[in-house]
Design a protein around this ligand. Structure first.
Ligand code: PLP
Length: 459
């Protein structure tokens, strides 16, 4: 047989369209300890559905408070999911060979969605529920541009206007993301922007401000409450976003079954926590219901290490202190991360659910420098062919380290990670890595200490 002939090995595990999950998995039903309440910033008391009504449609608010294990996915959303779901699971045979590891590496690939990442998994239901409740326009922020592209796409599917506040650093780094959003019909402005009172205040104080997700969230919320017919939409952190992403993990359970394997280690990158939760929560749910324990690892950037070096406390989700207070791992809502190229990971906080699981010892976290992440992004492209978005290169780094540790220990290990987006709009960053000008950013301890001094004291 020729050396290049295909063997019996299987590379892709593909599910039929009929296998798109019919419900989202709600981890609230299985959590070992209840999540702390979300607090009203004025009164310090737990918020109720009415407090969220100016921002979100009621169906989404109901999902946040629900403790039902399964929440049905509306037919129109499943129909739109069919444009790209179920997503494939790959076995990374070629990467395994390059690493000469006995480990088996699997990755769930979400980059085949129309906008190039996992983000439409929640953009589509958010647009659907808004449309169903008579909303005509949605306002949002975007870090990497992936979320803005996803919501712009979902707005075109459900016929809604979309306004996107795009973090200035990404707006400058990725003009083609802006053009993609505009092609779907969205209006895009760099944040801080002159379009909001808060944006003007930030620009007056710091005209060269490169922006942050915290600032862009404040602008999108201000835009929402000052435009009738508009609701706010967000691409991470909040419980209903994580809920919608669980289609990833549910499919992966079925696909790992097709491969005849169970993961020992499950990895996702974590900015606000949604793709990480989407892959891992259905697996963690099995553990919480008495099943096997998996090692579950969140990979985050050294430049914004909320889970590994942040404090677990109540803080605002945005810089202008407009959001409710949520208990989470935070670097302080004033923290402005360095302009690393993984724009989606430049967030001061972490999802409260992911934070709770980290605090309870159910998951681990590791921080990765961007050069080390890009190094494996290139290795992945050269072995598996797919050019990863900068965010999931952090997960690839951890997956490769696990595979090398298995080799060192001379043991087999099954590793599953989420390849949550492609990097076709991130070529300027790859160019900087390839020409040697990409820098690592040290954790700015003094800046974080200053930002943490501004964290609210909750009694
Ligand atoms: C491709 C990609 N991965 C990861 C993230 C981080 O978000 P999350 O932690 O919610 O998945 C983003 C956010 O924009 C992203 O675009």
């Amino acid at each position: 047989m020729s050396a290049i002939a295909a063997g019996p090995r299987q590379t892709k595990f593909v599910l039929d369209e009929s296998r798109i999950p019919t419900s989202w998995y709600n981890i609230a039903a299985d959590l070992p300890e209840p999540p702390p309440p979300v607090l009203h910033p004025g009164t310090g008391q737990p918020i109720g559905p009415g407090d969220l009504a100016p921002l979100f449609p009621m169906e989404l608010i109901k999902q946040v408070v629900s403790t039902e294990r399964e929440i049905e996915i509306p037919d129109q959303v499943r129909d739109a999911y069919a444009l790209y779901r179920p997503s494939p699971l790959f076995r990374a045979h070629r990467l395994e060979k390059a690493l000469d590891t006995p480990a088996h590496i699997y990755y769930k690939y979400e980059g085949g969605s129309p906008s190039g990442s996992h983000k439409p998994n929640t953009a589509l239901p958010q647009a659907y529920y808004n449309k169903a409740e008579g909303v005509t326009r949605m306002a949002t922020e975007t870090g990497a541009g992936q979320w803005g592209s996803a919501l712009a796409f979902a707005g075109s599917v459900f016929d809604l206007d979309v306004k996107v506040f795009m973090v200035r650093a990404s707006y400058d780094q990725k003009p083609y993301r802006r053009i993609l959003m505009e092609t779907y019909g969205a209006e895009v402005v760099p944040s801080p922007s002159p379009d909001t009172q808060y944006g003007r205040k930030v620009l007056d104080a710091t005209p060269d401000n490169t922006g942050s997700l915290g600032i862009a969230i404040s602008e999108a919320i201000e835009d929402t409450v000052s435009h009738p017919g508009t609701k706010y939409s967000l691409g991470s952190v909040f419980d209903f976003v994580l809920l919608h992403q669980t289609v990833i993990g549910q499919e992966s359970i079925e696909q790992m079954g097709m491969a005849g394997e169970e993961p020992d280690v499950i990895i996702g990158c974590a900015g606000g926590g949604s793709n990480f939760a989407g892959l891992t929560f259905p697996w963690l749910g099995r553990t919480f219901r008495g099943g096997r324990k998996y090692r579950v690892i969140a990979a985050e950037p050294e430049a914004a290490p909320s889970l590994t070096r942040g404090v677990y406390t109540y803080d605002f989700g945005d810089t202008a202190q407009m959001t409710p207070l949520i208990k989470m791992h935070t670097l302080g809502h004033d923290f402005i991360p360095e302009p690393i190229h993984a724009g989606g990971l430049r967030y001061h906080g972490m999802s409260p659910l992911v934070s709770l699981l980290k605090e309870g010892g159910h998951i681990e976290a590791q921080a990765v420098h961007q050069r080390s992440a890009f190094e494996v992004g290139v290795q992945f492209a050269r072995t598996e062919g797919i050019l990863p978005a900068p965010e999931p290169t952090h997960a690839i780094r951890v997956a490769i380290d696990e595979a090398l540790a298995a080799k060192e220990a001379g043991e087999s290990r099954v590793i599953l990670f989420n390849l949550c987006g492609h990097g076709h709009f991130d070529l300027a960053a790859y160019e900087r890595y390839l020409d040697g000008t990409l820098e690592d950013y040290e954790y700015p301890r003094e800046k974080v200490e200053a930002a943490l001094a501004g964290v609210p004291v909750v009694g």
